[in-house]
Design a protein around this ligand. Structure first.
Ligand code: GDG
Length: 456
């Protein structure tokens, strides 16, 4: 059988990077089929060498390239993260439509495609990941590759009205139609993409995922990404997890823990979440002194202005809430702008009575799934989940909220805190069954089957 060829911005060349969801899924597939992984080396240089760096690990051949400062800026910081990321998360107001960034974005897609094509062999299947490489299908075809190319979008695909705010929407859509299989996180994302094609280019939605457009037939489906479920459940009872639970237990002093874990990103709805916590203490006085909210928010993309603004906003909100409600022996809302070991997170999830996953938009949200797998079956906690996270399609037994309606989120936190253990167990058991069965291997196999890859 043929090899699998993965393309993503960052690769798992560094073994410590293999811990993330995407890296695990791709790595497992590549080691089982044998294959290659193309991406960015992580280095910024004055001049990119003609030949990329290549090396092998456990039968996987890595091919990584450096970026120039101009590529890193125009491709990664600007077009990918200040145009596509905000628009695809429905934040057109935050998008910076520069004049030349799309050209740089396209040039990097093309440059990497040109590294890939000469290294492909008959029988190979290509699997491209995420919003950095929306044009990759077009350039691989231009280079002469006629074999299968799959694409998986980890972030939402917005409604057509929002997607059309991108000046380059048509070029992007045409290039996306050069992929053989297009994978989305949710049915909503898939429906948005197909509606855009139907309304603008007379596409036909032919059933079973098949779509005819631009004289081609492609497959577009929802493949909700999962986690390494059993492994995460084990991590939650590891020694490191127990130690973390003991440490935070000392701080809690018998109070209930309400936990949030998110990269510090404006899509995650953190200011609204903090507002909801303020309303909880305001309108539900029995929770005062009885609940501690801890938000873990490792900073990300801190070079980008919108992220610096978010940080300032959160500092102010947390300060105000603690100033208004805190007492000599009680900090109502703690927010820790740093990252922790995964096993530490697993330990915190396990003792949290409530987990707040309230993004304004999220492709999937793996924190919701990790929280479910980390629970103690006898005394599980309650997941509060935004209706705007892809995960809400699968996890309907969570308490589903509208994150913009902060009073209702406050009410739901109170409801979760008062929920009987019987109801907690019933809801959790259904959630656990879904997360455990629709795990990362299920996701990968479902996608690769449609791409025509038979794993060994
Ligand atoms: C994108 C899409 C989609 C968080 N803090 C720490 C830490 N984390 C880990 C979590 C989780 C991961 O990071 C975050 O995953 P999410 O899915 O929640 O969100 P994004 O980073 O935005 O990921 C998203 C995902 O891609 C996969 O397709 O679900 O919608 O936006 O695993 O546990 N990990 C460690 N320390 C931390 O402090 N070690």
């Amino acid at each position: 059988m043929g090899r699998l060829i993965a393309i993503s911005n960052r690769t798992a060349a560094d073994p410590s990077a293999r811990a993330g969801g995407l890296a695990v899924a791709v790595w497992e597939s590549l080691t089982s089929t044998g294959g290659m992984w193309f991406g960015w080396s992580g280095n910024i240089v004055d001049e990119v060498a003609a030949e990329p760096e290549t090396f092998s690990d456990e039968g996987v051949d890595f091919v990584v390239t450096d970026f120039t400062e101009a590529e890193h800026d125009g491709f990664y910081l600007q077009y990918a993260n200040r145009v596509i990321w905000p628009v695809f998360h429905y934040r057109v107001d935050l998008a910076h439509f520069g004049n030349t960034d799309f050209e740089t974005y396209a040039a990097v897609n093309k440059r990497i495609a040109n590294l890939v094509v000469p290294r492909l062999e008959d029988g190979d299947s290509v699997w491209v990941h995420d919003y950095h490489f929306l044009l990759m299908g077009g350039y691989l075809r231009e280079g002469g590759w006629t074999g299968p190319i799959g694409f998986f979008l980890h972030i939402p695909f917005p409604s057509p009205e929002v997607f059309q705010a991108l000046p380059e929407h048509e070029q992007i859509a045409r290039a996306m139609a050069d992929f053989s299989v297009l994978g989305f996180q949710s049915k909503t994302d898939r429906a948005n993409f197909v509606r855009y094609l139907v309304e603008n280019y007379d596409a036909a939605d032919e059933g079973d995922g098949w779509v005819s457009v631009f004289g081609r037939r492609i497959r577009a489906n929802a493949y909700p990404i999962g986690i390494e479920a059993e492994k995460f459940a084990k991590a939650a009872t590891s020694e490191t997890a127990k130690t973390a639970a003991t440490r935070i237990g000392r701080f809690l002093g018998g109070r209930n823990l309400v936990l949030g874990v998110d990269r510090m990103d404006y899509s995650k709805g953190l200011p609204q979440r903090f507002e909801a916590v303020g309303k909880l203490f305001d309108h539900f006085p029995t929770t005062r002194g009885k609940v501690s909210v801890t938000q873990i928010a490792p900073p990300s993309r801190s070079k980008v202005e919108e992220y610096r603004d978010l940080r300032i906003q959160l500092d102010e909100l947390a300060g105000r809430i603690n100033g208004d409600y805190g007492d000599l022996d009680w900090i109502p809302l703690r927010y820790l702008a740093r990252s922790y070991d995964r096993r530490v997170l697993a330990g915190l999830y396990r003792i949290a009575r409530v987990c707040l996953v309230t993004p304004l938009r999220d492709g999937m949200n793996l924190v919701a799934k990790e929280y479910v797998m980390a629970q103690d079956p006898d005394d599980p906690g309650v997941l509060i989940l935004s209706q705007f996270a892809g995960a809400a399609e699968q996890l309907s037994d969570a308490l589903i909220v509208n994150p913009h309606d902060t009073f209702s989120v406050a009410e739901t936190i109170n409801q979760a805190l008062e929920m009987t253990v019987e109801e907690r167990r019933t809801r959790w058991e259904k959630l656990r069954r879904t997360v455990a069965s629709e795990d990362i291997s299920w996701w990968r196999q479902k996608f690769l089957r449609d791409l025509g890859v038979n794993e060994a």
